[in-house]
Write a protein that binds this ligand. Structure first.
Ligand SMILES: Cc1cc2nc3c(=O)[nH]c(=O)nc-3n(C[C@H](O)[C@H](O)[C@H](O)COP(=O)(O)O)c2cc1C
Length: 363
């Protein structure tokens, strides 16, 4: 049923502005008959940062920014859903149009700029579904006009700790000027110190919510050394690698759209994001788990992320081109690999990381 409706709807959705199509998809997910429960292969279960994931395939941040449909997504088969980015105060983001499809490249460029309904609205929704279970992470970001960006992250940790399964600290969006500076030096040290403190302060009432940092794929390797060292020093629970890229691979076919400002995601991001994931994995030395994101569009690319060092994966852009059925397809391909090769998901994690880091840098 979902497949049929999707095949009918997709050509029409393609005619719409990308952001209008996204709004339609969110509204469709609010209608119960579209959503069915799916069975789960026990071999796909993953335990990471104290949480039991029914499968490793997560919905990436940015699809459900305001936590409108996390339960529909979980019922469709995602192992977890990352809502947000949420900012403390509501803000409208950049002027439209601000999301662009690169149809030939199966990529997306967005410069949304953290359009958020704000913490109060998102908290209300998450509190109303808190008893339902399922892993719902909250991706947090600073308001554009904030005079104390680190203070924004601290407030959001305090606010959402009772309802968040984990936090994704987004310091890697390219669309809020200066935000990526938080990935560096003293700023990063202050940020990590204060957010880990905040998490500990509220843990008596809220439990110890895992804190992950989400990084950019555009980091120089020297900066990555520093980030991993700081993350290990502050004992963060994991890293998400990573966000969209400001780079534009030369081979892009939609060359006019590629000139739009913003972060590029989807298939053209895969090689770069997977390389940075492997580079992160070899630096982390097992100190904490990694979530691999960027360009996953099949069982094969999902498996490549896992072999590059991810114990969990997330996707977004490929859903625009392949629809929500992709989630079930990826899971069944992963199941098939485990059945064929024997062993567990854990044993696959990072097996190719060292080899990937020895290859020429992807362009
Ligand atoms: C339209 C759009 C909006 C996004 N919004 C966010 C966001 O609010 N916060 C965030 O951390 N990442 C955001 N992302 C990045 C994704 O979560 C993901 O890191 C990136 O798109 C790479 O994965 P993909 O190639 O599977 O899309 C957004 C991506 C897209 C395409």
């Amino acid at each position: 049923m979902i497949g049929l409706l999707e095949s009918l709807a997709r050509p029409l959705l393609r005619m719409l502005d990308a952001e209008d199509a996204h709004r339609l998809a969110i509204n469709a997910l609010k209608i119960p008959p579209f959503v069915k429960l799916v069975g789960e292969d026990a071999r796909l279960a993953v335990r990471a940062f104290g949480l039991n994931f029914p499968n490793p395939v997560g919905m990436g941040a940015g699809f459900d920014k305001h936590a409108e449909v996390p339960d529909a997504l979980l019922r469709l088969g995602f192992g977890f859903v990352e809502v947000g980015t949420v900012t403390p105060l509501p803000q409208s983001g950049n002027p439209r149009p601000r999301v662009f499809r690169l149809d030939h490249d199966e990529g997306v460029i967005n410069r949304l700029g953290f359009n958020s309904e704000g913490a109060a609205a998102v908290l209300r929704r998450l509190a109303a579904r808190a008893e339902k279970g399922g892993i719902v992470g909250v991706n947090i970001g600073a308001n554009k006009d904030s005079t104390d960006r680190i203070g924004d992250y601290v407030r959001l940790i305090e606010t959402f700790a009772p309802v968040a399964s984990y936090f994704s600290v987004n310091i890697s969006s390219p669309n809020t000027p200066g935000l990526r500076d938080l990935q560096q030096g003293q700023m990063l040290d202050d940020l990590l110190g204060r957010i880990v403190d905040a998490r500990t302060r509220v843990s008596r009432e809220a439990g110890t919510t895992p804190v992950l940092i989400k990084i950019a794929p555009d980091l120089a390797l020297g900066d990555l050394d520093d980030i991993v060292a700081a993350a290990r020093r502050h004992r963060v629970d994991g890293m998400i690698v990573g966000n969209t890229t400001v780079a534009r691979p030369q081979a892009l076919r939609d060359s006019a759209t590629a000139r739009e400002a913003g972060g590029l995601s989807g298939r053209p991001l895969f090689a770069l994001a997977t390389r940075v994931l492997a580079e992160t994995y070899v630096r982390v030395e097992g100190a904490f788990p990694l979530v691999g994101v960027g360009g996953i569009d099949s069982g094969e690319t999902a498996l490549a992320k896992i072999r590059a060092g991810a114990c969990l994966i997330e996707l977004y852009s490929a859903l625009v081109f392949h629809g929500l059925r992709l989630v079930a397809a990826i899971k069944s391909e992963l199941s098939e690999v485990l059945r064929r090769e024997g062993g567990t998901m854990d044993e696959l994690v990072g097996t190719d990381a060292a080899a990937i880091t020895a290859q020429p840098w992807p362009i």
